[in-house]
Design a protein around this ligand. Sequence first.
Ligand SMILES: *[C@@H]1O[C@H](CO)[C@@H](O)[C@H](O)[C@H]1NC(C)=O
Ligand SMILES: *[C@@H]1O[C@H](CO)[C@@H](O)[C@H](O)[C@H]1NC(C)=O
Ligand SMILES: *[C@@H]1O[C@H](CO)[C@@H](O)[C@H](O)[C@H]1NC(C)=O
Ligand SMILES: [Zn+2]
Length: 981
Amino acid sequence: MLFEMNKILVLLAVVSCITSKPTVLVTDEPVCGYASCHPVNESMINVHIIPHSHDDVGWLKTVDQYYYNEVQQILSSVVIALREDPARRFIQVETAFFYMWWNQQNKEVQAQVQQLVNEGRLEIVNGAWSMNDEAAVHYQSTIDQFTLGLKFLEDNLGRCARPKTSWQIDTFGHSREHASLVSQFGMDGLFFARFDYRDRAKRLDEKTMDMLWTGSANLGAYLRRSDSNVFTSALYRHYSPPPKFCFDIVCQDEPIVTDEDSFEYNWERRVNEFADFVKEQSEQYLTNNIVITMGDDFQYQAASSYYNNIDKLIEGFKKFNPKINGKEANLIYSTPACYTKAVHDYVQDNKIQLDVKTDDFLPYADEPPRVWTGYFTSRPQSKKLERISNNILQVSKQLSALVGKPYESNAALSQALGVMQHHDAITGTETDEVERDYHRQLSQGIEKSTGEVGNAFSAILGLPGDLNLTSCTRLNVSVCALTKKDEYNLVIYNPLARAVSHYVQVPADRYGKYEVQGPDGVVVENRVTDLIDYFGEVPDRVEGTLIFKAEDLPPLGYKVYKIKKLSNEEKQIKTNIKEAVDRLGFEDKYVSFDTTTGELKSITIFGRTLEVTQKFYYYSSSDVSNPWIFKPEDEKIGAIELPLNSNTDVLVNDGDLVREIRQRFDFGISTIIQIIRIYKDEDFIEFDWLIAPVQISKGGKEIVTRYTAKMVDPNDEFFTDANGREMIRRKKNYRPTYDYTDEEPQSGNYYPVNTRMMVKNDSYEFAVLTDRSQGGTSLEPGQIELMVARQVVNGLNENEFDTPLKVRGSHYITHGVSANGDGTRSMAAIERDIALRKLLQPWLFFTLDDVNVKEQSFLSKELPSNVHLLTLDSWNSTGNTILIRLEHVLEQDEDPELSKQVTVDLTGLFKPFTIKTMKEYTLAANIPLEESERLEWAQLEAVDESSILSKQKRLSRKETDLGITLEPMQIRTFIATVEFV
Ligand SMILES: *[C@@H]1O[C@H](CO)[C@@H](O)[C@H](O)[C@H]1NC(C)=O
Ligand SMILES: *[C@@H]1O[C@H](CO)[C@@H](O)[C@H](O)[C@H]1NC(C)=O
Ligand SMILES: *[C@@H]1O[C@H](CO)[C@@H](O)[C@H](O)[C@H]1NC(C)=O
Ligand SMILES: [Zn+2]
């Protein structure tokens, strides 16, 4: 209501401008954004006081525990304190909490909040569902969780709630991709506190704490440079208040007493103490602006205690006027946006150049020897569950959109995944209890979403009742009730916008003989293999795996397969126990082994052989290792090799579909079983590993696998992906922008790997793709080391089914000539293709019901291989508006052909509906492109004045024009109105 009012007021104001008649209504116009900032004075030191509360969306307590114990009090008390004085400011960050609180307020409080937001007194920053981690997250989930939070804010509070800055103050290091996404969200600033202590020292010394960050090595080539960079500010010392100035009720610091008659009077002294801090800090920042954060974890439950004291500081500075290096200080309530604007204006006015950052802030070390590289791997099963959940979420969103279900259909799962991106969730740094709560939220979300999907399928297929579809989320431990039936149907849905073939693996009776019938009734080849492990402790598991190839699953479509068990007795598995296997695989794709040791010797793929060895190792953890930090006990010893048990248990399965060899590594404290699997028609060799419980009775263990390729003249560099998108160059014992001291020869060289890590020489490359995020390094040329599991004494001792957790996962290995991997595509194109097929796998729905239409695509044609349908989702409660994101999946120089600009035509593309109009938005879909205005930085534009202003082109596009052009790595976001056929 209020928002509607404001729209009218804006309208009136605009009209009044045109007719040049003054109107009293103008004062009621929302003055949020930069117009609402307290004025700065360029002759003074401007001290931006930013009151804030850092509220973790789960960590030591669950989300609900934090909400009911602390956060609801914080929000309520802040609103009261803000209303007491229009000068006061507060920033609200985590929308997961704001959502809970908002829904519990009455209309009156909601209207008060609307007013505070409209007047810039309550500023929304970040606005995402949670303050996401940046090392272990995938970009798809970051975009989704920003979209989720920002949509809630836009729908309930309107334009003044659009955040101008990203506030990542507690996240443990910062990725370049996050900076890039922030620019694409249309934000102007990015703030954080945690980065390497050597980097911090250098930046303080050189006054480069404020900088411009080029988050993408690609976008700047065709975007205006201001649009592909983001102003970034590193906070002076963490995000707490200056020492002795914490005024929260939980703090013991001396309150400010202004009553001269009181024996406790301390006003002038306290002002001078604060001035000392201001002086110290301002000497290390480039402009005459500094940020002073006033707040900390879960503070402001009694907000007035902070505000009363800050009020007195501000007043005291006016009264006593302490000089900061001869200048007056201007203490103001401020926000990250107001600071960004003030620095921007100062820099423009004084023609100052800011430092330009082009790499990232990973890994993070707060002090020696504490390098925060353990959380890249911590709680590996949780990291995998997050990927599986995203897979089903994308499938559910697509199917909901395709049948015109409302936006809310997948709310539970979207919210659970939003929470999961939090910097104490996906990181694995939470307690066991909180982890269980995260997983509970995910599984409830999955249950709801798959229910919606069954319903959607029924609608698509015109079935009278709901199709009873079941999803099995525990296929990795071979649990799925329906697969115990003698006959069932498998509906295999492909969420990619191009056809894929997929090797389906479902639990089966290891002694059973099965028949698999394709949608056309033709029987397809299948085989049953033993499980990697019997998961004896897991209830309801079965002990075999049925494998068959689902050929050419249609783009955004499905095929139905019928699975029949023919007999019980026949042991179909041909298991050869051989003393020595020298070679396994197919004609042009095989692995070979050293016949004496049983170790891997080489991998042949695309007809090319590369010598590759692979072994498991472990680091003994020191006491410093914890969920965040990886610190080996003895750096000189390094990783200790785990012997391959070459005499027993080398099982070989031969077949026409897939061939595999099973290896065992026993080492007292644990057992590792590994299957090397070669699929007849895949572009990779799969290494499927099971780390049986890591016993930590004798201290923590951090288990790694090392693939060492013998390449000619390998570079001393390696490459890791940033959140699954652009690749970043890494070099051992080296950081591009500061002097690196290599006290931590292993952990200091670890980087996050989200989907892909690669080593290469001038023309050839060797890559490992992962099925979840994990830490990785390359300590020797040609080597790829990935940490797959860790249990440490301090706070990370995972159990499941009353035994230490087993960790199962896969690596996908490929190699070839960089420019021309398989004769048609570069290796980069092949690797990205594998990564996408693993991220958004065909989803298996199990059902006993008969499905009459056994094969169908919801697209009239597949998209080109370099275009990815990143998002297809319903956008409002009527279902006739659809969110569509298209992404060019290659970087500029990755492939001579596929890296080129590409245009797709969406006319008639989606079979269930016709697109009538498509309006372009910023990446999180909260700001229409024509309303997005970012601060311009003259320094950037001067460098590249000729940069094509593709935004201009995008703006002049007609909403009925459905031909969409994409540049390398570009994502374009549209809201379409559609008509269902
Ligand atoms: C800015 O500060 C200077 C020096 O303290 C003062 O002389 C001037 O009046 C101030 N300007 C404004 C607009 O307040
Ligand atoms: C759907 O199938 C599951 C698994 O067979 C079964 O437990 C459930 O009762 C079925 N629901 C309906 C509504 O038929
Ligand atoms: C859904 O979106 C369409 C197109 O923007 C709009 O006309 C309609 O009013 C919206 N419905 C709701 C309930 O928001
Ligand atoms: Zn935190």
